[in-house]
Design a protein around this ligand. Structure first.
Ligand code: GDP
Ligand code: MG
Length: 378
């Protein structure tokens, strides 16, 4: 495309033209419905909706894909534009306090560190990857509940599957129920790990009974929930659990295209004294490279260095990989989305606009609070 009118762009984005005009106004551009927009303006607006303008014919929306109509290309060509291939599942572990989430995460990591990297110093970056029979799995190592609530509140979907840990000597507890409702709301499949099976007081039947009351019926009882008895402490049942994760992942047909520009979600971020803003990103599509111009939430930059989950410097990472990056101008928030742009100028422009808007929103918020206080005092 060379250019699009405001009306045409609104149509492609499934928005009202008036909304686009308002957005443009806020970006300092006065426009009418028939006004032709140049490429920069189109990219700015698309970024507002988390839509990335891809090459000449394609734009990506967070979940669905819209194609620009191109008289020269039929649907088949548009299809072949994506080369999605299998990607590793991203797994979170949830469950009641003290039921063994941390022990399980440690146990999986200890027994299944990515081959060839054993001995590498595991670095805490909020997520890690293992490999089993040539298949990778990414585990988010941030507390499952927090990850779900903050990320879901921000509209980010990062988890493909959740492991619900229930201690066999304790049974279903309040946070077990909470975890079930989080996973159900997010439509994420659940595998139950019945933990602490090594304890004499373990009563797995009770766990199954109680979970059945919450809609998780074991296969043995005619349901479709997978239950795996484990001892996270003794490392028992871990292989079976991993096997089941890979099985469920296979059914889910998880795919991503490693050839496109990377996009994904911030897992965690903080300010480091020496390195500046440091963020752990989960790449959900495409491949992220050192040097990529990137917009992350309300900040932007160029990927300066990347460190993987075993503390190694890497130059590129593909779908489902967690990686820690530096090079951002500011610290983003967990749950923020990131998108790589083809040039730094666009990334900066969009990043600065978003940062400006965030400040504006904060001000409005503050002003409102002050006004509210004022009225309360009256
Ligand atoms: P979290 O709060 O869910 O992260 O639970 P932790 O992993 O911190 O475990 C809580 C306690 O249970 C710790 O003392 C663990 O050593 C213990 N624990 C965890 N898994 C097992 C297990 O499989 N068997 C036994 N006997 N103890 C376990
Ligand atoms: Mg813990």
């Amino acid at each position: 495309y060379e250019s699009l009118s405001v009306g045409e762009l609104a149509n492609k984005l499934g928005r009202e033209p008036s909304e686009i005009i308002k957005k443009l106004f806020l970006l300092g551009v006065m426009a009418t419905i028939n006004q032709e927009l140049d490429k920069d303006a189109i990219e700015l607006i698309c970024a507002e909706y988390d839509v990335e303008v891809e090459e000449e014919i394609r734009i990506d929306v967070t979940d669905l894909e819209i194609y620009f109509e191109d008289p020269d290309s039929d649907e088949d060509e548009a299809e072949s534009a994506t080369e999605a291939i299998e990607r590793p599942p991203v797994v979170t572990i949830m469950g009641h306090v003290d039921h063994g989430k941390t022990t399980l995460l440690d146990s999986i990591r200890d027994t299944k560190v990515t081959q060839g990297e054993a001995g590498g110093i595991t670095q805490h970056i909020g997520a890690y990857q293992i490999e089993s029979n040539g298949k990778k799995i990414t585990f988010l190592d941030t507390p499952g509940h927090a990850a779900f609530t903050t990320m879901r509140a921000r509209g980010a979907k990062v988890t493909d599957l959740t492991i619900l840990v229930v201690a066999a000597d304790d049974g279903v507890m309040p946070q077990t129920v909470e975890a079930i409702s989080h996973a159900k709301a997010a439509e994420v499949p659940i595998i139950v790990a019945v933990n602490k099976m090594d304890k004499p007081s373990a009563n797995p039947d009770r766990v199954m009974q109680e979970l059945t009351e919450h809609g998780l019926v074991p296969e043995a009882w005619g349901g479709d929930t997978i239950f795996v008895p484990i001892s996270a402490l003794k490392g028992e049942g871990i292989d079976q659990l991993i096997e089941m994760i890979l099985l469920v992942a296979e059914v889910g047909e998880l795919k991503a295209d490693p050839k496109v520009r990377a996009k994904g979600t911030v897992i965690e971020a903080q300010l480091d004294r020496g390195r500046g803003a440091v963020a752990t990103l989960l790449v959900q599509d495409g491949t992220l490279h050192v040097g990529d111009p990137i917009v992350v939430g309300n900040t932007y930059g160029r990927v300066r260095a990347m460190i993987n989950d075993v503390g190694r410097r890497v130059k590129e990472v593909g779908p489902s990989a967690p990686v820690e990056i530096t090079g951002l101008s500011n610290v983003p928030q967990a749950g923020d989305r990131f998108v790589v742009f083809k040039d730094e100028k666009t990334a900066r422009q969009i990043g600065e606009t978003r940062a400006g808007e965030a400040i504006q929103e904060q001000r409005t918020e503050k002003a409102r609070v002050t006004l509210d206080n004022l009225f309360e005092q009256m």
